[in-house]
Ligand binder design. Structure first.
Ligand code: EPU
Length: 327
């Protein structure tokens, strides 16, 4: 978001040995370590980080198994997520094509269990390799051990800071994408007169890139961290009450008793969309994205955040939770 101070040190790691050495040295230097991928989904305070920022750059994509139905693939945590998605789509593999265009790295993907346009990382996830900072050793974590939920995992929850993800293994399918498609994709297919039987992973990737392009600001041009808030999950009875006042409020079923409400809709309906608060703009294409237009620092971002969350809480009785991690 182009906000935040400096770190004492920054270094890149390109192998497991590098990574282990940084942690061992950090103890001698008495410096805390924080690992980032692309740094696209985080907020840094003006005071910066009084330690070592490690940029994860362990690379390599390996096919572990290839059967008539599926391919199991392992990717280095430092691989750029969208380059990896493109490679898999080129191989006609299905499972992550709707997550095209998400900024950041492969290793960051499990931390917030990235998701978009009907797909979530956890759907194809098999396991990951990680450096366990507690035991100074490398370990494998299976899907059940990662505690995946909507935009959540143990890596930003209970075990935050403990594991450094070095490789991620996914199982992708050798089949065409099948309906039902996410609303925006369905609309795109209808507009382009593409029948359900003709849909390929390439078409979905192209559609997602186009939709994202129209709705989400490019972080290289307009500093932003994607959705600034998670879509709140509320009790269905609570949402039903709100629907009597706001019949056009979109809701997505989570389970029998819970629904998700788009934070973008809440922020728009609270009249923030397109407005600039303390140099921070709620994006025209999707109000949930906050763009740093000319904020003077973290305090401006925090002030804009408070104004939005308190207004939304007062109007709807819903507390918005920040999505990007904060350092
Ligand atoms: N909406 C509004 N106003 C807005 C934004 C959205 O009314 O300003 C309404 C839309 O009209 C639609 C509904 O809310 O009815 C959902 O909007 P959209 O499909 O654009 O998705 P979203 O819920 O705003 C989520 C993810 C995105 C992801 C999209 C597509 C979260 C917090 N955000 O956004 O992920 O790309 O779905 O699947 O879950 C991210 O995490 O950084 C991110 C961009």
């Amino acid at each position: 978001m182009k906000i935040g101070g400096n770190a004492n040190y920054v270094c890149d790691v390109t192998s497991d040995e590098d990574l282990q050495q940084v942690y061992q040295n950090s103890k001698k230097l008495n410096q805390p370590v924080y690992v980032i991928g692309g740094g696209s989904n985080m907020i840094v305070r003006d005071t910066g980080f009084p330690g070592i920022i490690v940029r994860m750059r362990i690379m390599g994509v390996d096919i572990l198994s290839d059967t008539p139905e599926s391919v199991t693939v392992s990717a280095g945590a430092g691989e750029t997520w969208d380059v990896f998605v493109k490679q898999m789509v080129e191989r006609n593999l299905s499972g992550i094509e709707a997550m095209s265009g998400i900024p950041g790295t492969v290793g960051a993907a499990p931390v917030q269990n990235i998701g978009a346009y009907g797909q979530e990382l956890s759907n194809t996830f098999v396991s990951l390799e990680a450096y366990d900072t507690q035991t100074d050793s490398f370990t494998t974590l299976k899907k059940e051990e990662c505690g995946f939920a909507y935009r959540h995992s143990i890596f930003r929850g209970n075990e935050s800071g403990r594991y450094v993800i070095t490789r991620v293994t996914l199982q992708l399918l050798k089949k065409r994408p099948e309906p039902p498609f996410y609303d925006a994709l369905q609309k795109y297919l209808e507009q382009h007169q593409i029948g359900a039987m003709a849909v390929t992973v390439q078409i979905i990737r192209g559609a997602v890139l186009e939709i994202r392009n129209n709705k989400l600001p490019d972080p290289n041009r307009l500093p932003n961290a994607g959705s600034f808030f998670k879509n709140p999950i509320v009790e269905k009875v609570f949402a039903d009450q709100l629907l009597t006042t706001y019949p056009n409020m979109p809701t997505y079923t989570v389970d029998q008793t819970h629904v998700k409400i788009p934070a973008g809709w809440l922020i728009q309906t609270a009249n923030f969309k397109g407005r600039v608060l303390h140099g921070i703009k709620s994006h025209d294409g999707n109000a949930v994205v906050l763009v740093n237009q000319n904020a003077r620092g973290y305090a401006d971002l925090a002030a804009a955040r408070t104004e939005i969350t308190t207004t939304v809480a007062k109007k709807f009785g819903i507390n918005l939770e920040q999505e990007p991690l904060e350092l």
